[in-house]
Design a protein around this ligand. Sequence first.
Ligand code: PLP
Length: 383
Amino acid sequence: MTDEPIYLDHNATTAPDGRVIDALRHALAVAWGNPSSVHAPGLAARDVVARARDAVARLVGIDSSEVVFTSGGTEAIALAVWSAWQRRGRGRSRVVVSAVEHPAVLEAARALAPQGADVRTCRVDGRGRIDLDELRALVDGTTAFAAVMYANNEVGTLQPVREAASICAAAGVPLLCDAVQAVGKIPVSMRDVGADYLAVSAHKLYGPKGIGCLCVKHGAACVPIIPGGGQEGGARSGTENVSGIAGFGEACRLACERAGEQARMAALRDDLETRILRATGAAVVGVPGERLPNTIGLLLERVDAQALVIRLSARGVYVSAGSACHTGKSKGSHVLAAMGIGEERGRSFVRVSLGAGTTREEVARAGDIIVAEVERCRSRSGR
Ligand code: PLP
């Protein structure tokens, strides 16, 4: 048995696949031209960008002309929010967001308040799923746009995004779907969802950081937040991050190849979950059948999650206490709060997120270490 570290924080980020690193290296060393140049180095870079665009489009089932490369998920979301707001119809000043959206969505929506946006939050139930009746009541002829995420980063809950999209479509309201946590983990088809905007980030699917895209449905508004030379069809200026885009494209190609692996992932997740639950009496947060196949959200009574994460890290098991965005901040998680989990209980929340390379041996070893450290934390707190 080895004592290699075990990374179980794939919702925070993923280590780039070796083939992604090769694609980056190739783009940096060979396709280093400016894609806007008409000479050979420029054409080589343009070709790399075009191939990557095709790979991204294929993964989410859209046309490559609907892909706008951005610096990641946060910028993709900001672009969608800005575009939908700028092109809202007359009398439409309400903005509807689910209570469990990522801060990238919540803060972008809040930033519109000085311009007259009336930001409303759609509640979720105890398992983190949005209340579709409330969404139906909030989305009407006064609504500028709505945002409902595909999968939650902290607890893994999958939202009823198709139903949300049809509610929005019936009211003529554009829908932004933050699919950053879903793409690469489960099959995502933008057409099938029916969203107007879909945000994707490469570093959640074994790609590089600082690159992602906004998928903009044909006909949906796209108002640039970064003006300049008019790259990306005028939607996002700035010389393209060719190497990042190449890595993103490769990551998407690999994700297409992995498409059948969800069941394997879910089985490993269930195995780890059972090991932990049986020995610690933890409670699982989220919807059993409707969550990401890699994610376990645990409430561990009488355990300080931050302390546990540090202890586990010392033993080479890497998990997180909530999302990476909350770590180190004193404020509790807005996601857990929206699900009715108070701040005190929320301090015992630990997220374990498996990856494509997680093995049965790692699950068995991580399970033993987690159980042992939970017991240690409890015996200390009981003293
Ligand atoms: N949306 C969700 C659900 C996320 O989990 C994240 C990253 O953690 C983002 C958006 C932001 O993406 P990026 O890190 O590429 O800016």
